[in-house]
Design a binder for this molecule. Structure first.
Ligand code: SF4
Length: 400
């Protein structure tokens, strides 16, 4: 049996955050029910197309999956379990936002086998939460975290953000202190990115340009300040017993996110739901992004109609087969995001050639510059290599 991962996309949010460009929006319950019925059709359809696989992890992301009513979440997980062979020890994660969970909902989650929750906090400062357009304040997060613990979840991630407008070290410290006091098993700390098409882009686009150019900024931290906030986060979390295992991810003990490690290790995955991405049998594909079209296709399949398509799934919008070079590049880009980097023998097993035969001169140059190091058959970026990871990873593009 080949292990695979499933990513399931729930594109619904209570309200759109001001910085967010994810594929999500505000839809009423009728649309949510229609979408989940379509999603279950896609789950069954895709399960009928793949053979000899066992699901190792399931990640329900969004959007705000915890906003769905419990019967809808129940039907999604139950459909997966009745359609695919799922490892009894599979990690099953759901993304949640404060204020969208209840004790009853959490009991249903537990009863269907959900065993990991990821809660979006972003900041413990109410002024920052307001600025981000989040639906909750810090107290609401505390209430949600308490509910989650009382329901017995012992594998919980909390998301925080650095590089917020007017963020100072003191404000960041308040967030880090508040979160680490609660002892979640995992913390993800991402830097704010000003994405085109968002209200934040309209408000901060000039500042973002100045930030990238290393100039003085008005609202966003300067490039230097952002770097300081990122380093401060890393040192703070490591002192509190959170080990960094990827550029933005920290875990206590063994509680890393197995699903994400699978992405960085290029374990095959099926993306189910609107806009979800797939990597399977060395093919990459993206699902369609129009929710009405997505539902119509699923409804036609459910009625037994044939859908004509040249792609491997009627839900795909695009599909490409990766060349060996592209797969090697991906192996390096993704694997080097992990703090312990890539394994030479994995490269050989995957591509039938020594990593040195492809990347030898680049590896030597990066090691000489102090950006890369090697130990026990692994190659990994050093701290200074991670600081300039975009430039370093670009070196692994073949045919530059
Ligand atoms: S809750 Fe998450 S997905 Fe929804 S709008 Fe906010 S950041 Fe985006």
């Amino acid at each position: 049996m080949t292990p695979i991962e499933l990513y399931i996309h729930i594109p619904f949010c209570v309200k759109k955050c001001l910085y967010c460009d994810f594929l999500s929006g505000v839809f009423d319950e009728k649309m949510q029910r229609r979408y989940v019925a379509a999603l279950c059709t896609e789950i069954k359809y895709m399960a009928s197309q793949v053979h000899g696989v066992e699901v190792a992890t399931i990640y329900v992301g969004g959007g705000t999956p915890s906003w769905l009513s419990e019967d809808l979440m129940d039907s999604i997980i139950t459909t997966v379990k009745s359609s695919f062979r799922v490892n009894p020890l599979a990690e099953i994660s759901v993304e949640c936002n404060p204020g969208t969970l209840s004790a009853e909902k959490l009991n249903v989650y537990r009863s269907v086998g959900i065993n990991r929750l990821s809660i979006g906090l972003q900041s413990a400062n109410d002024d920052e939460l307001k600025e981000l357009g989040r639906i909750h304040d810090y107290n609401r997060f505390l209430h949600t975290f308490d509910l989650v613990r009382k329901a017995g979840f012992d594998n919980v991630n909390v998301d925080i953000m650095t590089g917020l407008p007017h963020q100072t070290v003191e404000k960041l410290e308040r967030t880090l202190n508040a979160v680490t006091m609660l002892r979640p098993e995992h913390i993800s700390a991402y830097s704010l990115i000003i994405e085109e098409g968002t209200p934040f882009y309209d408000k901060y686009k000039f500042d973002a340009v100045k930030q990238h150019a290393g100039m003085e900024t008005e609202d966003l931290p300067t490039d230097e300040e952002s770097y300081h906030l990122y380093k401060y986060t890393m040192d703070y979390l490591e002192k509190k017993g959170y080990k960094r295992y990827e550029i933005s991810n920290y875990a206590r003990g063994e509680k890393v996110c197995r699903h994400n490690i699978g992405y960085w290790d290029r374990v095959p995955y099926l993306g189910l739901g609107l806009g979800a991405a797939t990597l399977y049998q060395n093919r990459r594909a993206d699902n369609i992004r129009d929710i009405y079209k997505y539902c119509e296709i699923a409804e036609q399949i459910a009625e037994g109609k044939e859908i004509s398509t040249e792609l491997s799934s009627p839900f795909y919008d695009n599909e490409e087969t990766l060349s060996k070079k592209e797969a090697m590049e991906e192996f390096m880009f993704l694997g080097l995001r992990k703090i312990d980097g890539v394994n030479r023998s994995d490269f050989f097993n995957m591509f039938g050639i020594d990593i040195e035969a492809i990347y030898g001169p680049i590896i030597t140059a990066l090691r000489n510059q102090g950006f890369m190091d090697a130990k026990e058959g692994r190659l990994f970026l050093t701290d200074i290599g991670i600081d300039v990871s975009n430039q370093v990873l670009a070196q692994f593009l073949l045919d530059k």
